[in-house]
Design a protein around this ligand. Structure first.
Ligand SMILES: [Mn+2]
Length: 331
């Protein structure tokens, strides 16, 4: 199926959008600011050029992001004529229960290096720090970058770059942000909401993880396990757990941080975060050992084992990837 997908550049993707109507836009499961910001900007842009467009009501849209989806979610009875996905790397990341929708998507817009190549046509640029950067370029082609679309685009770009701090941030990222800010958007409010606000449940969760985290390999690897019981005690929602994986990465000396979320069936959802230092490892490579993927500094995978066991497996994988890297670079 992979080779039949038509590859489009930005200009062609923009043109393709003008041929679609009654568009339903898909965001990835457990939506983040990038996928939601991209969907909102694209939806508003399509409407501004006379199209009917809505965003699929992802059943786990997190509260923090809901304001950006106001008036954009698909109403009951809407019959889509075409489909676009934003920031979705593989069919498995479509909203729960809608994995099959991937094959019917008319246009896939994404920036993940691990994009699985699906749908009818795709425009994927792994050079973009956020899918929002790609959407910005496409909306520029369509003449749809304005104050309305600039805010969700800023949300997208700020989200995936950790507010312009991660190493994926490029000069282009800043150029795009500069253009967006020049449209007089309230970017400070976006940043406060996304980076400086936490619920009390979140704070409680962080305290529990801080208390139970364990350190290995001279303190260069850390494991935090979040059980169903802990989440229940903290009263934590999915929103409260968002990006909890970066918590133990902030500990001094830690190069690889593993956060394991126990699943309702007792299996493990693993998030790996690594830091920008020599002797660090690729999070994507570690997760690939278990059939997962991601980026250099953030990756994820599922392991069909209880958290304690999964922790041992991932620590072993980190050691193996590290050894392999050291051998590779010393020759
Ligand atoms: Mn993204």
């Amino acid at each position: 199926m992979g080779n039949e997908v038509e590859k489009l550049n930005r200009k062609q993707a923009a043109h393709r959008l003008t041929l679609l109507d009654d568009v339903l836009i898909y965001t990835h499961r457990r939506p983040d600011g990038d996928t939601v910001g991209c969907a909102a900007a694209l939806c508003l842009a399509l409407r501004s050029i006379g199209k009917t467009a809505y965003i699929f009501e992802n059943n786990d849209n997190i509260d923090r992001l809901l304001p950006y989806l106001d008036g954009l979610l698909q109403p009951a009875g809407f019959i889509p004529g075409s489909y676009v996905s934003v920031d979705i790397a593989t069919p498995r990341l479509f909203p729960y229960g809608h994995e099959d929708a991937a094959q019917t998507v008319d246009l896939v817009l994404d920036h993940h290096p691990s994009n699985a190549s699906f749908g009818k046509a795709m425009c994927v640029d792994p050079e973009c720090a956020a899918c929002g950067e790609l959407i910005y370029d496409i909306l520029l082609e369509l003449g749809c970058v304005n104050k309305e679309t600039a805010l969700p685009l800023y949300l997208a770009i700020a989200s995936d770059t950790g507010c312009f701090r991660y190493s994926n941030t490029t000069a282009h990222t800043h150029e795009v942000a500069s253009k967006l800010i020049s449209l007089n958007i309230d970017f400070a409010a976006v940043n406060h909401r996304m980076f400086e606000t936490k619920t009390r449940s979140r704070l409680k969760l962080e305290a529990m993880l801080t208390e139970t985290a364990e350190y290995y390999d001279g303190g260069t690897a850390a494991v935090a396990i979040l059980t169903n019981e802990m989440a229940r005690k903290a009263g934590a929602t999915a929103d409260d757990e968002d990006d909890i994986a970066s918590l133990i990465r902030s500990v001094e000396g830690v190069l690889a941080a593993v956060t394991i979320r126990e699943q309702p069936d007792g299996s493990s959802k693993v998030s790996v975060r690594t830091v920008e230092e020599k002797d660090s490892v690729s999070a994507a490579e570690v997760c690939a050992v278990f059939g997962g993927g991601g980026h250099l500094r953030a990756g994820g995978c599922n392991i069909d084992a209880p958290p304690g066991e999964a922790a041992k497996m991932v620590l072993e994988a980190i050691r193996r990837v590290r050894e392999y890297d050291q051998r590779r670079y010393s020759h």
